[in-house]
Design a binder for this molecule. Structure first.
Ligand code: DAK
Length: 258
């Protein structure tokens, strides 16, 4: 695995790790970072030795938003022609679970990137928000939509219109993060969760992820239909026989992903 500019890439067991690495500007997300991140996520999605992806930054900052220097001279037409959103959209097509390990700033595009992940482990120092309004712009990578779905309209409105961040504890109370832990252990805690999910049968994991996401964006009836079809499909995997067989034989299952 080769590191990319501003991205450190590694693997621990079945967990692929992507670390945003632009510390001088608090991991501000320029176009190169987003392009490289999404490309690496897609490679990990295709890699059978990887079952879960962990996305992180550093202790001081997960990502302090889009790169303001890169963005400040853009015009409507230049932004439109670059069509940067299509890169972001590819994140939601990743089949494997993505866990964000967040410490320090998760602001603007950083918060949007975090909300594109499936679960979030945050350090007590995390500050999460959408400060775009303070720059005279607004969230563009899903912030107004996903924040409302995650924390509810009232809280989202407050965050979006004041631009003020919330602490990790408040984010936990609103369901925006899964768990808050001391700063020394946020990455280890995310890895623990990733390894636990990585030990589950991967086809079931991927279909469960897809099915659960339908509940957010689709009417109940079509979500139920998707769930039902995925449920039937799992009965043809070797792992379903292994899982139920191991239960009956009172032993630990060994899942192969087949
Ligand atoms: N962009 C560029 N540089 C940044 C940056 C950013 N977002 N955030 C921090 N930096 C740089 C600072 O300029 C500073 O650089 P030097 O002066 O040392 O050269 C260095 O990082 C350290 O920052 P500070 O000195 O400011 O550190 P502090 O601890 O005092 O403050 C802070 C930390 C995070 C509170 C502060 O840096 C800050 O307010 N940063 C900006 C946060 C922000 O407004 N973020 C939202 C940006 S707008 C899109 C998708 C998404 C988006 C847009 C388009 N498309 C697909 C088209 C998203 C938009 C945004 O995120």
């Amino acid at each position: 695995m080769e590191n990319q500019e501003f991205i450190l890439i590694s693997q621990e067991g079945s967990v692929g790790i992507l670390q945003i690495n632009r510390p001088k500007v608090l991991n501000a997300l320029n176009l190169k970072i987003i392009n490289n991140l999404v490309t690496e996520m897609e490679k990990m999605d295709q890699d059978e030795t990887i079952r879960v992806i962990v996305l992180t930054g550093n202790q001081r900052s997960f990502a302090a938003g889009a790169d303001i220097e890169e963005m400040r001279n853009e015009k409507t037409v230049s932004m439109l022609l670059k069509d940067q959103f299509s890169v972001w959209d590819r994140i939601s097509l990743i089949n494997k679970p993505i866990i964000a390990a967040v410490s320090g700033f998760a602001l603007g595009g950083g918060c949007e990137l975090m909300m594109n992940c499936d679960m979030v482990i945050a350090s007590e120092t995390a500050l999460i928000g959408q400060p775009e309004v303070k720059l005279g712009i607004m969230p563009g990578a899903g912030g107004t939509q996903r924040l409302v779905k995650n924390v509810g309209l009232m809280k989202a409105m407050e965050m979006l219109l004041t631009g003020d961040p919330i602490t990790a504890r408040e984010a936990k109370a609103y369901g925006l993060v899964n768990k808050v832990v001391p700063v020394e252990c946020y990455f280890a805690e995310a890895m623990k969760l990733a390894k636990k999910i990585g030990s589950m049968p991967p086809v079931a994991v991927q279909l469960i992820k897809k099915s659960a996401k339908k509940a957010v964006d689709q009417p109940l009836e079509s979500g139920l239909q998707y769930e039902r079809n995925a449920f039937y499909l799992l009965f043809s995997t070797e792992d379903s026989k292994e899982g139920m067989g191991a239960f009956a034989e009172k032993r630990h299952p060994h899942f192969t992903g087949r």
